[in-house]
Design a protein around this ligand. Structure first.
Ligand SMILES: [Zn+2]
Length: 411
């Protein structure tokens, strides 16, 4: 490629493509009816992989201010995500003895979906959430929240005010940080000497294996393997001492980190085992990354083939959910109202709005009962079990579910 961009971690020149999904609008920019008649910005959705540190990454086409200042994603609308947050809280209290003497800080705390469980146990908490509308919801629930972007500068200010962290949490935020080094340095600053960091992010190995190209969107600047994240943390004086492999978001890692020189934490066997497995699977060789793009094109062809077939049979198809990942899938595959009559979502913010780029109308879930579609295309496939249970009544009229990823399947 002719691009002069460099890796956001190690600054090597980026010259290899992981996958090119063409042009796409911001996946959380749901449109009002008036906006349908206006110009809509599209940006390249082209992921590179660094041949030095193997960080997979998008260039920063859009500033984080443009993306995250008003955000439509409220974590509390997903039941299984709430349960995940509750389980996590219990685990931290049990394993690390987090109690009322500690201070728990969460970066990208969303609507307080996680911190509320710590607060219920009388543990002091503080959220950091740049999206003002989402932060307001947290504050109304009684979760103190700073409406700011996290980095070195904010971390120093927080530390000066005595707000250092014994437990510093960042779930699904590391991928969303354009200035990765500033962010990780900020965590290093804010972490108290014996403090613990836990971070969850989608695992690049699972993204590639599971063909989850729809989890790529402009809000996600980076895609990590354990090997790469270890390098980044080590560069900033942080040590990953344990790792869990989770099923959330199609396969995530939860890493546990401490200061490099905090002698109490030695690197556990799960870290070594996963690091070895990543090497064995080829994540330190470029060929691994090159095979992904072809697989993605094939998935598009198969999904369209299926949709064309059922439409030609005169069947009706509706969507379930309007998540960010759905918008990557719909835009990349070119699925509009010609295939999907509409989609539904539980988040009232999205009702009466339209999916970015593809302009599919979004209704409350009750619409499904009214129109009785033959097929329901599940866009947030990571919650497919939960959704198929909730929506099982479509069986009453012979309705079936379509899950598009890793390849189109009908249930
Ligand atoms: Zn790099």
């Amino acid at each position: 490629m002719q691009n002069g961009s460099t890796c956001r971690f190690c600054e090597s020149r980026l010259q290899h493509t992981l996958v090119d999904l063409g042009m796409s609008p911001l996946c959380e920019s749901y449109l009002t009816e008036v906006q349908l008649n206006q110009m809509e910005p599209f940006y390249p959705l082209h992921v590179y992989v660094c041949d030095n540190c193997f960080l997979a990454q998008l260039e920063e086409y859009v500033s984080p201010e443009a993306i995250f200042t008003e955000y439509a994603y409220f974590s509390s609308y997903a039941d299984s995500w709430l349960q995940h947050a509750k389980n996590y809280t219990g685990l931290m209290v049990e394993r690390f003895g987090i109690d009322a003497r500690n201070h728990v800080v969460e970066i990208a705390s969303n609507d307080g979906y996680l911190l509320q469980f710590f607060a219920q146990k009388g543990i002091p908490v503080l959220g950091v959430e740049p999206a003002a509308n989402v932060a307001q919801t947290a504050i109304k629930k009684g979760i103190p929240t700073l409406t700011k972007f996290f980095g070195k500068k904010l971390a120093s200010e927080m530390l000066d005010e005595g707000k250092g962290a014994d437990l510093l949490i960042g779930n699904n935020v590391l991928a969303q940080v354009p200035d990765l080094n500033d962010f990780v340095k900020g965590m290093k600053i804010l972490l108290r000497p014996q403090g613990i960091i836990t971070m969850e992010f989608p695992h690049l190995m699972r993204l590639v294996e599971g063909n989850q190209f729809d989890t790529i969107y402009h809000e996600h600047f980076s895609y990590f393997s354990l090997i790469t994240v270890e390098k980044i943390f080590a560069f900033h004086g942080l040590k990953i001492f344990d790792v869990d492999e989770l099923t959330t978001h199609g396969g995530s890692l939860r890493v546990y980190a401490s200061h490099q020189d905090a002698g109490t934490k030695s690197v556990g066997p799960r870290v070594t085992e996963l690091r070895d497995r990543e090497v064995a699977n080829g994540l330190t060789s470029l060929n691994y990354y090159f095979s992904f793009g072809e697989k993605v094109k094939e998935t598009k062809r198969k999904l369209l083939e299926f949709l064309i077939k059922v439409k030609e049979q005169g069947k009706s198809v509706c969507g379930y959910g309007a998540p960010g990942k759905g918008n990557t899938l719909l835009n990349y595959c070119g699925i509009r109202e010609d295939f999907l009559d509409y989609t539904v979502d539980r988040n009232p913010y999205k009702h009466g709005r339209f999916t970015p780029g593809t302009h599919i109308p979004i209704f409350p879930p009750d619409k499904i009962r009214e129109t009785r579609p033959d097929y329901l295309l599940i866009l947030p496939w990571n919650f497919k079990e939960e959704i198929m249970k909730q929506m099982s009544y479509i069986r009453d009229w012979g309705g079936q579910f379509i899950v598009p990823i890793p390849e189109v399947s009908v249930y």
